[in-house]
Design a protein around this ligand. Structure first.
Ligand code: PMP
Length: 403
């Protein structure tokens, strides 16, 4: 079990009294991550992969150690990890570095965050590839049967989220890997909402790409990573080139480096990578199995509490099929009104609106104004969930009275 009271001491922002239920958008940052980044700025501030003086060597080895540690967090033993600034950048990197042929097919879903949908539409415009999106069930589940029917021999890439940022539903990624590979396609997993919460093992999943953001998992903003399998490596031609990516340059030609630096053009987020390394150490010390257990327990209580309230509509599957994210609406109120009332009445931070997932919200859930979303992480307590539910009771009572 997590020692939540002790964990909370690492997050001074909680002393403001905020009940932070928006970790799906971005998590809070523990002191340990900040002091690691500060150490870089104050003690060995230099660029990486360039100078040979002592400070530069120290910065380079800290940066490469960060890459290695982040890779081991997802068990990336059979591939490379490229440092990026977020999930969106990682997915766009794949979209524009893959060697497409006209007529190639990309299979994705309508469960996706815009960051795992728009890049594929852009590929269709630019490279003449086709995009097919699988519709989830009304509860936000992706059926293996639909994957079987949609992925065929013309499919070059299957791009799917691991966990929905709106509903918390978990997708069948291992089956997706099997189906994609049976047809010679590659599998990209958007891990923005899974890597921070559950143990993700790329060797076990068998995916070719895994994209995730550091800022959703206790790391700094502007940090993230892209795992690339050995098989997929050959299929990529870096979209950005320049300083830091080359082995040699002559007039009129260049040879790129062999390793992940070939994808990291320009000075990278050095403090950010170092901060993300500290964040994965922090999470590993808590134990990811305990992290998910904690969130699921609180999530279940939140889901059941909301489901039992008159005038509240809850979306998504039952708790056993999802992580600690709950989307809902209150009859007679816009999602933004609910968020503003919770903030004003109880200092509760929840997200409201479209959650960067308009196809899901408009076409599948059919909620043109969006939803309210409450999400949980390591620092949330049972008491906070109870306070949230009491605030919701009060809010729905007055909304029903006004009807
Ligand atoms: N995919 C999913 C599932 C997400 O939840 C998010 C962030 N809400 C993203 C992609 C985009 O992440 P970022 O803004 O860090 O690029």
């Amino acid at each position: 079990m997590l020692n939540v009271e002790k964990i909370r001491e690492d997050f001074p922002i909680l002393e403001t009294g905020v009940i932070y239920l928006d970790s799906t958008a971005t998590s809070l940052t523990p002191k340990q991550v900040l002091s690691e980044m500060e150490k870089y700025y104050l003690e060995y501030r230099a660029n990486v992969g360039r100078g040979i003086y002592e400070l530069a060597e120290r910065a380079t080895s800290a940066y490469e150690a960060a890459r290695k540690r982040i890779a081991s967090f997802i068990n990336a033993i059979k591939g490379e990890v490229v440092m990026v600034k977020n999930t969106t950048e990682a997915i766009n990197l794949v979209a524009h570095s893959l060697k497409w042929r006209k007529g190639d097919k990309i299979v994705t879903t309508l469960l996706e965050h815009h960051s795992n949908y728009l890049p594929w539409l852009r590929c269709a415009e630019r490279y003449g590839v086709k995009v097919e999106a699988i519709k989830p069930t009304p509860q936000g589940m992706i059926e293996v049967d639909d994957l079987e029917k949609t992925v065929d021999d013309s499919t070059k890439l299957v791009a799917m989220t691991h966990v929905s940022n709106v509903l918390g539903s978990i997708t069948p990624v291992e089956e997706a890997a099997r189906i994609a590979h049976e047809h010679g396609a590659l599998l990209l997993i958007d891990g923005a909402q899974s890597v921070p919460h559950i143990k993700v093992d790329v060797a076990k999943l068998g995916c070719d790409f895994l994209a995730f953001s550091g800022h959703k998992m206790c790391g700094p903003t502007g940090s993230g990573a892209l795992y690339i399998s050995r098989e997929a490596w050959e299929e990529l031609d870096p979209v950005f080139v320049g300083g830091g990516t080359v082995e040699s340059v002559e007039e009129g030609r260049f040879t790129l480096l062999k390793g992940p630096a070939r994808f990291e053009a320009g000075t990278p987020g050095i403090a950010e990578a170092i901060g993300l390394k500290r964040a994965v150490e922090y999470l590993d010390a808590l134990n990811m199995d305990h992290v998910v257990k904690h969130e699921r327990k609180l999530g279940e209580r939140m889901y059941e509490g909301l489901c039992s309230m008159e005038g509240v509509e809850v979306y998504g599957p039952e708790p056993k099929y999802k992580l600690g994210i709950t989307s809902f609406n209150v009859e007679g109120l816009d999602p933004h009104e609910v968020a503003l009332i919770l903030d004003a009445s109880a200092k509760i931070a929840v997200r409201s609106g479209m959650h960067c997932a308009q196809p899901l919200i408009k076409q599948v859930l059919k909620k043109p104004k969006g939803t309210v979303r409450a999400s949980l992480y390591i620092y949330n307590t049972k008491e906070e969930v109870e306070k949230f539910l009491s605030a919701m009771e009060e809010l729905t009572r007055s909304a029903l009275k006004r009807k």
